[in-house]
Design a protein around this ligand. Structure first.
Ligand SMILES: Nc1ncnc2c1ncn2[C@@H]1O[C@H](COP(=O)(O)OP(=O)(O)O)[C@@H](O)[C@H]1O
Ligand SMILES: [Mg+2]
Length: 247
């Protein structure tokens, strides 16, 4: 009992310990940096399946422990529900008492709330939030992001997390036009030892440009070929041969 209390006190002071309890493994260095950051705005460009959403769910719980309101924006309803599910799964490992819980909203006894909505939802308005989490931000609709950013309190925080998807849009601009007040964290799959076997599998399975985007988090587009040249070549038909066949 006393041990539990001490652990809880330590976790209260260090979100990394809380994360490690949730995930059941030690946090990577980049995850610890995200969890311990106090930046008002963070932009995370990280390999797919690396553990971004787990970090966001932990940040949500840290804020909920303070009684705050957390708004999560995802590109689609399914992803919003998935993030809420992660938080619901972690909550029993904390001292927070859930009072009301739906697939997309959670309220706890200290007055804290978590609301997860898709960026396409027409109903994202009227909230005042302490923490805004934008998961898969590169795939969220920019107009919705512009609508939610003013809902963050002056002392609140915003975290954009995603794998990249080109060189246009709000998420890309956080990296292409960097501002000193935004803490940027870029993590390639090839830099995460825990993912070594998966990265090698994807290197073989994915078209090279897809691998560069999804694993090496390159922001392709503009002068770069988004599509794999070999795939484009395979897709282009020989018009002369086709005409000969048809005549
Ligand atoms: N430090 C870690 N050690 C072990 N497993 C982890 C760690 N961080 C995340 N995971 C696991 O990796 C998987 C993907 O995590 P998730 O947060 O959904 O990734 P992402 O949002 O980056 O695609 C989950 O099963 C999660 O539990
Ligand atoms: Mg995710």
């Amino acid at each position: 009992m006393l041990d539990d209390w001490l652990l809880s006190l330590e976790e209260r002071l260090d979100p990394v310990l809380l994360f490690e309890r949730f995930v059941g493994n030690s946090a990577d260095g980049w995850q610890a940096r995200i969890l311990r950051s106090s930046a008002a705005t963070m932009a995370l460009r990280v390999c797919r399946q690396a553990g971004k959403s787990c970090c966001l769910a932990t940040l949500a719980i840290v804020e909920m422990r303070k009684g705050g309101t957390v708004l999560v924006i995802c590109p689609a309803e399914r992803q919003a529900k998935e993030l809420a599910r992660k938080v619901r799964e972690y909550l029993p490992m904390t001292d927070l008492v859930v009072e009301r819980s739906t697939q997309t909203e959670i309220e706890v006894a200290n007055g804290a709330r978590l609301i997860c909505v898709p960026s396409t939802g027409a109903t994202i308005r009227g909230y005042t939030v302490d923490l805004l989490l934008i998961d898969e931000a590169a795939f969220c609709d920019d107009d919705s992001l512009i609508a939610v950013l003013p809902m963050v309190k002056d002392c609140g925080r915003t975290v954009f997390a995603s794998t990249p998807a080109g060189r246009t849009g709000m998420f890309a601009s956080l990296f292409l036009e960097p501002k000193p007040e935004v803490e940027r964290i870029v993590v390639k799959g090839t830099e995460i030892p825990r993912l070594a076997a998966r990265v090698e599998r994807l290197r073989v399975a994915l078209p090279p440009t897809k691998f560069r985007q999804e694993v090496e988090v390159e922001m392709l587009g503009g002068g770069e070929n988004y599509f794999d040249i070999a795939a484009i070549e395979r897709a282009v038909c020989d018009r002369k041969a086709l005409e000969l066949c048809l005549t």
